[in-house]
Ligand binder design. Structure first.
Ligand SMILES: [Zn+2]
Length: 260
């Protein structure tokens, strides 16, 4: 079994690259959080970033860790999440994608990512990206072996304003190829909620730039939704509980659309 020190990048006392919450959850849902933390391996210092940049949206999906745990509890689902900053390695990008370890994000330079050597990128992938995706793949394989169905919910959050443009949506459901029934049914359920502005492939359109859903859902024909929640709705416990309740109700009713 691989230990953290085998990766060469993470010390034994640093967070594991994959965290599991409610692993025994018994419903068809599996929740993932690719950007649920902003940890930086000690060996990489602070990536050359200010504290402000290490804690703003470019580093992670604010609120997703807490929302993921609330939603997983409500849905009786496991929540597999990743605690390292996406500026170290973005687990929703192919490791070969130019944005996998961006040198520039929302106007901030990431000095430690400028002219990143291939070996340095490989070390980050081996320490964080690969074990995280292996854990998801293993979990899905064991569910298939046990003939347990899975609906994959990939949870993200987005900043309320980008490039000076306000984003009106409270929540977005992203979908592209594969089995989109669950995504479309949850869009319909959320759209029926009063006073909720729902984005259909907003604020982002899902495409091949995404990595997690294509890799884990398409190949095995899993119903899925990629979810984006606006970060100002997740700043306190009351907001997180409200979002979790709304999403839980929508996914639970949408589940009927895929017959699971
Ligand atoms: Zn994200």
């Amino acid at each position: 079994m691989m230990t953290r020190s085998d990766s060469g990048l993470l010390g034994e006392d640093e967070p594991a690259p994959v965290l599991s919450f409610n692993a025994a959850g018994g419903s068809p849902f599996l929740v993932t959080g690719d950007h649920a933390g902003n940890a930086i391996p000690r060996a990489l210092g602070d990536l050359g970033l200010s504290e402000a940049d290490r804690t703003r949206h470019i580093a992670w999906d604010l609120g997703v860790r807490e929302l993921g745990m609330a939603l997983a509890s409500a849905l009786d689902a496991p929540f597999i999440h990743q605690p390292y900053s996406r500026l170290v390695i973005d687990c929703n990008r192919d490791p070969g994608h130019p944005e996998a370890a961006p040198a520039l994000s929302d106007g901030s330079e990431v000095p430690r990512n400028a002219d990143l050597a291939a070996e340095a990128l490989v070390a980050r992938v081996e320490a964080i990206h690969a074990p995280y995706h292996r854990q998801i793949a293993r979990t899905l394989a064991s569910r298939r072996a046990a003939r347990r169905p899975t609906i994959l919910l990939a949870l993200h959050s987005f900043t309320p304003a980008l490039g000076g443009v306000m984003r009106p949506w409270h929540v977005g459901i992203l979908h592209d190829q594969g089995d989109t029934r669950l995504a479309r049914a949850s869009l319909a359920a959320l759209t029926a909620c009063p006073n909720v502005i729902v984005g259909d492939n907003e604020p982002y359109r899902m495409d091949d730039t995404d990595y997690s859903v294509p890799r884990h859902a398409y190949e095995h024909g899993l119903p899925y939704a990629e979810i984006e929640v606006r970060q100002d709705l997740l700043v306190d416990a009351a907001g997180i509980a409200a979002c979790s309740g709304m999403l839980c109700a929508a996914f639970w009713s949408a589940r009927e659309a895929v017959g699971l």
